[in-house]
Ligand binder design. Structure first.
Ligand SMILES: C[S@@+](CC[C@H](N)C(=O)[O-])C[C@H]1O[C@@H](n2cnc3c(N)ncnc32)[C@H](O)[C@@H]1O
Length: 362
């Protein structure tokens, strides 16, 4: 349940004004589905800009604890929709500046914001450098995922204030968590964590979105219908020979052996634990279907279940993958089933990007 203030902001800002082409082409019904809508792709077809999922935006705004009169920096203006919501939440006495890397996207966001008479301002630049002319900020919100925390965000944030960002975990890795950090002197310390993911920050406008993780996938396309049959991704695949990788994919296309977990584990909590605790050279599957491969790559075991819970292990091929996955699940249970709320993130700054330290609350 979101607070009345957040609800009022969403009621006051029409999303279709920030997605005029989608509204024109696909109608208001599409615009008001609770889904992210991709607006720009790079030359390889990878999404490079989007209007984020509204329920995720609402949760992030809620965590940011905005107050009238605050000065806010957004990194990643995209369509400008979130900047307009930020401007509503800080009111006429507040200030919102949003940095966007891509010039055409920045122009579109400016047009849309002018159209709804928002006072949020869009500037063109690399958001990893923040926007020094507007500093110090009471709030910084990043709407693309970052492999680390640039020093500029720490420097430009007022002491005691909040930075919210989708951080890749383990630092620079495949999974993500949206963390809200409070500045305390030369450190930022987590106050809250949401499960979810954003497209990565880029280095240059028009440049490629950072390469995805090594991925094995099999897809069938019959007439207009395209469907994924199997997909495994993870840095662990890199250490396998091409022949091993192909065999692993063919195994993932076969019927799995199924074993119940005997519990309904919250997907975000157990997925996060596995991502952080499984050995990096064994972890596959990413956020949606986390799992591990066996030591020599001749088998894989994945967690499976419903949209919100994980209830079973699906194993393919030989090796120790299932044993390792079961051990990690048992460990998670023994440690009191930690969730994102039990993960402490601390970022320390001594010049340059901060060093990130992760630990579970005892
Ligand atoms: C998910 S979209 C942001 C959604 C946006 N807040 C909205 O309400 O529509 C991510 C945006 O970050 C931008 N971006 C990527 N790398 C960037 C960088 N280094 N600096 C600033 N913006 C960047 C992308 O061009 C893209 O528009």
């Amino acid at each position: 349940m979101k607070s009345a203030t957040i609800r009022r902001a969403f009621l006051a800002v029409p999303r279709e004004r920030f997605l005029p082409e989608v509204a024109e082409r696909e109608g208001l019904e599409r615009v008001y589905q609770d889904q992210a809508i991709v607006t720009v792709k790079d030359e390889r077809g990878t999404p490079a800009s989007s209007s984020s999922q509204p329920s995720m935006m609402a949760s992030m705004l809620e965590q940011l604890d905005l107050r009238p009169g605050q000065r806010v920096l957004e990194v990643g203006a995209g369509t400008g929709y979130n900047a307009a919501l930020l401007a509503k939440l800080v009111g006429a006495r507040g200030q919102v500046v949003s940095v966007e890397l891509d010039p055409a996207t920045a122009r579109g966001a400016r047009r849309a914001l002018a159209n709804v008479k928002s006072h949020a301002k869009v500037v063109r630049g690399d958001g990893r450098e923040g926007w020094p002319p507007g500093a110090p900020y009471d709030r910084i919100i990043v709407t693309a995922s970052a492999p680390d925390v640039p020093g500029a965000w720490h420097e430009q944030l007022a002491d005691g204030s909040l930075l919210e960002l989708p951080l890749r975990l383990p630092p620079g890795g495949a999974a993500q968590a949206i963390v809200t950090l409070r500045k305390q002197g030369d450190a930022l310390r987590s106050e809250a964590l949401l499960h979810g993911g954003f497209m990565p920050l880029r280095d240059a406008p028009g440049g490629p979105v950072p390469a995805p993780l090594p991925t094995l996938s099999a897809t069938e396309q019959i007439d207009q219908r395209r469907q994924s049959l199997a997909s495994l991704s993870g840095a662990a695949l890199r250490r396998l020979s091409a022949a091993r990788r192909q065999r692993l994919l063919s195994l993932a296309l076969s019927e799995p052996r199924t074993r119940g977990l005997g519990l309904r584990a919250p997907r975000g909590a157990l997925g996060l634990y596995l991502t952080l605790e499984a050995p990096e050279d064994r972890l596959v599957g990413g956020w949606r279907r986390p799992g591990v491969i066996s030591q020599n790559g001749d088998g894989v075991a994945l967690l499976a279940g419903g949209a919100k819970t994980l209830t079973r292990i699906e194993s393919y091929g030989e090796g120790d993958a299932e044993v390792l996955l079961l051990r990690l699940v048992e460990e998670w249970k023994d440690r009191g089933r930690p969730t994102g709320d039990d993960l402490r993130v601390e970022v320390r700054f001594r010049g340059g990007a901060g060093s990130v330290d992760l630990s579970w609350e005892p």
